[in-house]
Design a binder for this molecule. Structure first.
Ligand code: 5AD
Ligand code: FES
Length: 352
């Protein structure tokens, strides 16, 4: 599928055409990764952040947040819950927190690998190669780092304080070379994102051979520069991608068609736009992963990347039973293994 074809699908609005896209994505998902939906227990270990990304509520300049960093013992309690609920993986996520030292994190990773059967996924932002290598050495299996947009000018505009290192795409390549499974993705409908940009993002998912692809709608946060009207809709008329549910489903479906074996979550941001059935529709249109939240309720509301996030009042137990129920109701199965990247034994089927 070439760039123009992807753009055409992103612009498609006729229900009968979209039904074809949903069906093709669902069949591709079924054929390549099966009916199991993998559960990744998400632990939001710290909301401290030294960066100033224009869209994110955790940005250093947002004074409206109570900052926290979980203690090792608290993290290990969440990890024990993940094991008890039968999850295959824990995902430890944080802002870019310099207080998370390489040694401290490596110690936790080693403990998880020693004391549990879980796979360990990290999502701790842009870190030095030495840290990433130490964590891999300690037993981390996967790393998530969204590149957010393949449009470099847009990227520069919304990420003012750069890390001293290299681009996120370069970091992803290095992570893969270290032996991590790599995950990346973008927000759908960032102000300034054009259809052409989003189509290029989807092509990049494939070029990077991503193991995991996370996409969700951009949701404006009032405590950020992109939260108000000022910086909104900077793309030329008719070019701006809307940050809505439908566009997110199209992106998930196209990601599945271009990357048939990737693990693709139905994200919390999608559930936030449609609490009743956002997750289900994501799972029916290409996704095969969900990430139940394990963060202690006392911290959940403070991990406010965007407002009105789904599940901020629910407990780990509630998210566990909610998601298992929803998966079964869809006629799918709850994954029972670690749910790592599958590799094709036969070549991919032709795509739309
Ligand atoms: N709306 C939606 N998603 C967001 N993220 C950050 N801020 C927002 C927002 N306002 C996403 C980014 C980041 C991930 C952890 O959350 O893509 O990589
Ligand atoms: Fe948290 Fe449904 S996933 S309540």
């Amino acid at each position: 599928m070439d760039r123009q074809r992807i753009v055409d699908w992103l612009r498609e609005e006729r229900a009968e055409k979209l039904a074809l896209l949903w069906r093709e994505a669902d069949e591709t998902r079924q054929r390549h990764v099966g009916d199991e939906v993998h559960l990744r227990g998400l632990i939001e270990i710290s909301n401290r952040c030294c960066r100033e990304c224009h869209y994110c509520g955790l940005r250093a300049g947002n004074r409206g947040l109570r900052r926290y960093r979980m203690a090792e013992a608290e993290i290990m309690e969440c990890v024990a819950q993940a094991t008890a609920y039968g999850y295959g993986t824990v995902v430890m996520q944080s802002g870019e927190d310099e207080g998370i030292t390489a040694e401290w994190m490596a110690g936790i990773i080693r403990r998880i690998r020693r004391e549990t059967p879980l796979a360990v996924t990290l999502s701790l932002g842009e870190r030095a190669d030495d840290d990433l290598a130490a964590w891999r050495e300690a037993g981390a299996d996967r790393y998530l780092l969204r590149f957010e947009t393949s449009n470099e000018e847009l990227y520069e505009r919304i990420h003012p304080r750069r890390g001293d290192g290299c681009s996120r795409i370069e970091i992803l390549r290095r992570l893969a070379a270290m032996g991590y499974e790599i995950g990346s993705g973008v927000m759908v409908g960032i102000p300034g994102q054009t259809y052409e940009d989003l189509a290029r993002d989807i092509e990049l998912f494939r070029a990077l051979d991503l193991d995991m692809i996370g996409v969700g709608p951009f949701i404006p946060h009032p405590g950020t520069p992109l939260g108000g009207a000022v910086e909104r809709s900077v793309a030329p008329a008719g070019q701006q991608v809307p940050a809505d549910e439908l566009m997110t489903y199209k992106t998930i479906a196209l990601a599945r068609l271009l990357c048939p074996e990737a693990n693709i979550p139905s994200t919390t941001a999608l559930a936030t736009l449609n609490l009743a059935e956002g997750r289900e529709l994501g799972l029916s249109r290409g996704a095969n992963v969900v990430m139940p939240n394990l963060t202690p309720v006392a911290y959940r509301a403070d991990y406010e990347i965007y407002p009105a996030k789904a599940c901020i009042r629910e407990t780990a137990q509630q998210c566990q039973s909610c998601l298992s129920r929803r998966i079964v109701a869809l006629g799918r199965k709850v994954g029972t293994d670690k749910g790592g990247r599958r590799r094709a034994v036969s070549p991919a089927a032709p795509i739309l």
